[in-house]
Design a protein around this ligand. Structure first.
Ligand code: AMP
Length: 395
């Protein structure tokens, strides 16, 4: 796996695909700069060696050139975080970009305008990728969030750099962390999959069954399994057309020697509301008019035991409707168990939009081994897919 360490960037122009797709408020100020901060180590390392940096990114989903999606809005924040004034080219290709790229000197940073102002970016257009490629000497991909897309700047561009391409530090860390779970994992390995639907996690579940010893299935998915097993789930969320699939998963898990753990009790509510009346009930005996919105105390006690005995832990998806404080307990507690297991030496990887949000919200970011930055990309890796952005560097 080629990384920054395989190159000398002195007097070289590094063309880096970053993910600066950050949220902006109504005044176009950056409200969460995590992604810019995450790209800093790669940029710093290249500048320190005496190289220059040309940054490519997308922002939002513009349809053609749309001022509100201009990357100029993030210049101030990026300059502050990187500690150097970031120069800007108001187009990512063409004369302005070419001139700006030709003129940057060692230690300088140039940001190109939103790649997606050109439809050729998402189309993976070869001529467009070639134009981008002409701007730099070495191509660095540090954008995990878009590594599952075969776009011009994430994948197609790599063919114009022969050997002169590598992973940035962030992307390398993502791959390494996922491999610690999927390939070189220390046993016992436990995957915790929560969230709302079986249908969105099914491919992950199927692929992961070959890699884990324990699988905790929680959140809204619980009830499709419980109903399929003959339980009464009241008004809980359920995908009736996935019941057979649920049984199939349980059978497959048994064949593969994977222990599946499903909540035995839940916090049930008489409405999908934080103000609803609640009671703890057996997961198989939820009365009509009530729905399970969080894992109950007995389930958590059991999950704690499984997590504490694990050496490798993967967590994707909340155990309950954690956005409502009255149903956040299961997710918070699970986060605490994982933090404790990590402190005891386990490797823990948290990924997928909602669990990352939960980990941040409950202040557990620094207590797990790694928090993945790419939701969709991480899920695709967990599904066993080869991501085009990663393959393009390895080729
Ligand atoms: P996903 O995007 O599939 O990971 O699902 C995340 C969502 O699942 C969160 O917004 C949770 O509120 C929701 N969720 C978790 N548990 C439940 C539940 N028991 N009933 C309904 N929604 C749930």
């Amino acid at each position: 796996m080629k990384t920054l360490n395989d190159f000398d960037f002195k007097n070289k122009k590094a063309l880096i695909r970053v993910d600066f797709n950050v949220p902006l408020d109504e005044n176009f100020s950056v409200t969460d700069a995590t992604r810019i901060e995450a790209a800093k180590p790669t940029i710093d390392a290249i500048l320190k060696q005496g190289g220059s940096v040309i940054l490519m990114s997308h922002l939002g989903r513009p349809k053609g050139v749309e001022e509100q999606y201009s990357l100029k809005h993030i210049l101030k924040t990026a300059s502050e975080i990187l500690g150097v004034p970031v120069q800007f080219a108001s187009d990512c290709i063409g004369k302005e970009a070419t001139d700006a790229a030709a003129n940057i000197k060692a230690g300088e940073v140039l940001l190109l305008e939103n790649l997606r102002f050109h439809k050729e970016e998402e189309a993976g257009d070869v001529a467009f990728a070639k134009e981008l490629a002409s701007l730099g000497d070495i191509y660095v991909n540090d954008a995990f969030g878009t590594a599952h897309r075969a776009h011009a700047s994430t994948t197609i561009i790599a063919q114009f750099f022969d050997e002169k391409k590598c992973f940035g530090l962030l992307l390398a860390k993502e791959i390494e962390s996922l491999n610690k779970v999927l390939k070189n994992s220390e046993k016992p390995v436990t995957a915790i999959l929560g969230g709302s639907k079986v249908s969105s996690k099914i491919t992950v579940i199927e692929n992961i069954l070959d890699k884990v010893d324990h699988m905790i299935i929680g959140g809204g998915m619980t009830f499709t399994f419980v109903k399929a097993l003959g339980g009464k789930i009241g008004d809980s969320i359920c995908e009736d057309d996935k019941q057979e699939l649920a049984l199939e998963i349980l059978k497959l898990a048994k064949e593969k020697g994977v222990e599946i753990h499903i909540p035995v009790d839940v916090v049930a509510a008489n409405a999908f509301s934080n103000d609803a009346e609640t009671k703890i009930v057996n997961v198989k005996e939820i009365p009509d008019g009530w729905q399970g919105l969080d894992a109950g105390p007995k389930s958590l006690e059991h999950f704690k035991k499984v997590v504490m005995e694990s050496k490798t832990i993967l967590w994707n998806g909340p155990l309950g409707v954690f956005e409502m404080p009255n149903f956040a307990n299961g997710t918070v507690e699970l986060g605490n168990f994982i933090a404790e297991a990590t402190a005891n030496g386990a490797f823990s990887l948290v990924g997928g939009g909602d669990s990352v949000a939960a980990v941040k919200q409950f202040g557990l970011e620094d207590k797990v081994s790694y928090v993945s930055t790419g939701g969709g990309a991480m899920l695709e890796m967990l599904e066993g897919k080869v991501l085009p952005g990663i393959a393009a560097i390895l080729e």
